[in-house]
Design a protein around this ligand. Structure first.
Ligand SMILES: [Zn+2]
Length: 298
């Protein structure tokens, strides 16, 4: 049986036995509930976290684990609010995440970005429950998940994969019992049915190798962090194919373009800075664009 995902259906939406997607259309968080423990994978942003807390309360769930998939602003700024509401929850993250988030440049950008995302949600009819953060969340004393680590929740197991290409400290969670792969931003930023922004911010070859590796797990539920999960084996295969094609195409175009990066960057920026991607600041996406051009030419 194939569960359908519809952006108009209210959240949370149940995707499989023990799996639900929380949040809203723009920010998707995944709740994995075993018989003994539960994990919230993704922690959202200031503008969505109170909605998520309300959804967890309505489900009667106090998560045992809060999994930070990677240290980008849109995957971390909801953490402090979740910790406050669920003080017993353990934060799980990759080893490199704490150092990245503590870097002064990253910290400043993260605060600005969180404010922009709160404003974006407001203009899209979603009322944030709180103001945006003034400092990055602390990832000190987190449980560090490493490649191959397994966490038994009772009937459902989280298998952690350390992947690379998009961000430092990047985790993907596989739940084999329900054929689910929570891939966060590893598959790119999707404009469903229209386009995908390839976000090989740290390394192009690693990014494509990650796509190949994740597709090889043949999930039938692909939990991505924005614009909803992809459901069904065929749709998931197609999502990987689109992600790979757009990455290969964009990279070869950049490599074959003789212009210097500063001339090319505004053109690439204009190609992608549209629709859902405007949840981020122009400065952020321009920085991403420059990184993508650099990674393509490395
Ligand atoms: Zn990211």
């Amino acid at each position: 049986m194939e569960t359908r995902y519809d952006r108009k259906t209210p959240f949370p939406q149940r995707l499989a036995e023990g799996l639900a997607v929380l949040g809203n259309y723009y920010f998707n968080l995944y709740l994995v509930q075993g018989e003994q423990a539960s994990a919230l994978i993704e922690v959202g942003v200031s503008g969505v976290v109170d909605l998520v807390i309300g959804q967890l309360d309505a489900l009667g769930v106090k998560p045992t684990f809060l999994v930070v998939t990677h240290p980008h602003s849109d995957h971390t700024t909801g953490l402090a609010a979740l910790r406050e509401r669920f003080p017993g929850a353990l934060v799980v993250t990759a080893e490199a995440a704490e150092e990245f988030i503590k870097h002064p440049k990253a910290a400043t950008a993260l605060v600005e970005e969180d404010a922009h995302m709160t404003a974006f949600l407001e203009t899209h009819g979603m009322i944030p429950g709180r103001t945006s953060v003034t400092e990055p969340p602390s990832l000190a004393n987190s449980l560090i998940a490493r490649e191959g680590d397994k966490m038994d929740l009772g009937g459902l197991t989280l298998h952690f994969l350390e992947v690379s290409g998009h961000s430092p400290g990047q985790l993907v969670v596989h739940v084999p019992e329900i054929d689910c792969l929570i891939a966060s931003d590893s598959v790119g930023f999707r404009f469903p049915g229209r386009d995908v922004f390839p976000i090989f911010l740290t390394n192009y070859a690693d990014y494509v190798a990650t796509l190949d590796r994740l597709e090889g797990l043949k999930p039938s539920i692909l939990g991505i962090a924005h614009q909803g999960p992809v459901l069904g084996e065929d749709a998931v295969r197609q999502a990987f194919q689109e992600a790979r094609q757009r990455s290969v195409e964009l990279r070869s175009r950049i490599v074959n373009d003789p212009r210097p990066a500063e001339e090319l960057a505004p053109e690439v920026f204009a190609e992608f800075y549209k629709d859902e991607l405007t949840m981020y600041t122009e400065e952020n996406i321009m920085t991403c664009t420059r990184l993508i051009i650099r990674r393509a030419r490395e």
